[in-house]
Design a protein around this ligand. Structure first.
Ligand code: ASP
Ligand code: MG
Length: 434
């Protein structure tokens, strides 16, 4: 019987597990679907846990005290568990899932890992060892709440040692997932972590911030799932983030290609790496609201559509860096090679770039540590100016009205347009766009 059931992957992000009420809602959604599908459930860290872990890690790495925020994080998880399970953690009812670790156990591990952080050493590798705990903790709580099987995905999702952005070994991951997951799914829903993976030596890696969507796509690809559903606090894929734009519209259906491009430009609704594995195996991706699970949402898949509503995409925390050669000669290909090499080494991603006679400008995500690394490397050769705290706006499928709406009253530092896409870098601190 079970074998005939469709295999679906559900992904629940931080907002959908932010407190006990949210987790109860998740349980309702899953219970409503578990009867007619095999469900693999990918869960992100609860609420703002990843940010809190980043802060704790930064303190440990700087050699400063982190006990207080760590205690707050622990109390938060214990409080949620307390609300869900009263005093039983893990609840006796889940004796069938003995592999689920307790919060005590996970926090003891986290304390141990933090004690091993070597201040000022190897930031990215150590970051992964700490920040990955958000997903371990969240999945333990959700697995109890669902009385489902808890799966540690780190031994299955094999990555290289590109810390904070592990690159997947697809063939090996597929082989390992296929060997492990289908028999578990036959027994009932499986809960596993988004965002994390592991190296051949068994060291934890992460897949990049907001990477849990990607994890859902990796599992769906390997298991040839029928579909993936990302449960969010918005009605589907919208043409703009409702936090910053008035009157967003929902796309009922949209192609993989359009979605990849939007994600590339920074649309925060889906992690950019999510779509490709799904498109390769033609697995549709549904984006639905956990607040209104019966509503239609968005279907992303193989489809054709006419003109789409312009999509507004906002990236904040941007940095505009311009390089001038010290002797005021033109920026040559040799100069560019050096600049690109240094950007790649500092792992600063270019979101937009422009060349003029004697200066070359790039807009990147700001990271103090990465920027310092870049400046150290290029300072001797170039005069470098930079501005931080900027915003990069992209309008995909722009028209005159959408440009007017975006740029009215805004100081534009850099602008670029192609046939379909307009990008502007503006000063930050901007208000709501109407
Ligand atoms: N918890 C991770 C983050 O906040 C991964 C995710 O949410 O997808 O970045
Ligand atoms: Mg998250």
């Amino acid at each position: 019987m079970q074998q005939q059931h469709a295999l679906k992957v559900y992904k629940f992000g931080g907002a959908s597990v932010k407190d006990a009420a949210a987790i109860r809602n998740l349980v309702e959604i899953v219970r409503g679907h578990a009867a007619d599908s095999q469900l693999l459930i990918v869960v992100s860290a609860m609420g703002k846990t990843t940010n809190a872990l980043e802060d704790i890690f930064q303190r440990a790495h700087a050699g400063t005290a982190y006990a207080e925020p760590l205690a707050v994080l622990q109390a938060f998880h214990e409080q949620v568990a307390q609300e869900l399970f009263a005093d039983e953690t893990p609840p006796a009812a889940v004796a069938s899932a003995p592999a689920t670790p307790t919060l005590d156990h996970l926090f003891a591990q986290l304390h141990g890992q933090l004690a091993r952080v070597v201040p000022h050493d190897d930031y990215d590798r150590q970051y992964d060892q700490i920040v990955s705990f958000g997903e371990l903790l969240a999945t333990a709580v959700v697995a109890w709440a669902l009385q489902a099987q808890w799966l540690d995905c780190r031994p299955l999702l094999r990555t290289d040692a590109t810390w904070r952005e592990g690159r997947l070994d697809w063939p090996l991951t597929e082989q390992q997932v296929l060997a492990t997951v289908p028999p578990l799914l036959l027994r009932g829903p499986v809960v596993t972590q988004g965002f994390v993976g592991g190296t051949a030596d068994g060291v934890t890696t992460t897949l990049g911030r907001e990477g849990s969507d990607y994890t859902a796509a990796i599992f769906a690809y390997c298991l040839q799932a029928e579909s993936v559903t990302i449960w969010k606090d918005v009605a589907g894929l919208l043409n703009a983030d409702p936090k910053f734009f008035a009157d967003p519209v929902r796309y009922p259906e949209i192609s993989y290609q359009e979605t990849i491009e939007m994600a590339y430009y920074g649309a925060s609704v889906i992690h950019p790496k999510t779509i490709k594995p799904l498109a390769v195996r033609r697995i549709p991706l549904f984006v639905k609201s956990f607040l209104d699970p019966a509503a239609e949402g968005t279907r992303i898949g193989d489809c054709r559509h006419g003109l789409l509503a312009p999509a507004f995409i906002r990236k904040n925390g941007q940095c505009l860096i311009s390089f001038e050669s010290k002797d005021l000669t033109f920026i040559s290909e040799e100069n560019l090679e050096v600049i690109f090499g240094a950007l790649a080494q500092a792992r600063l991603k270019i979101n937009m770039m422009q060349n003029s006679a004697i200066s070359f400008s790039v807009c990147t995500d700001f990271g103090a540590y990465r920027l310092d690394k870049l400046l150290d490397q290029l300072r001797d050769q170039f005069t470098i100016h930079y501005n931080t705290g900027l915003e990069l706006y992209t309008i995909k499928n722009y028209d005159a009205a959408s440009i007017g709406r975006l740029t009215a009253g805004r100081e534009v530092l850099l602008e670029q347009r192609t046939r379909q896409t307009l990008q502007v870098v503006c000063r930050g601190g901007s208000e709501f766009i109407r």
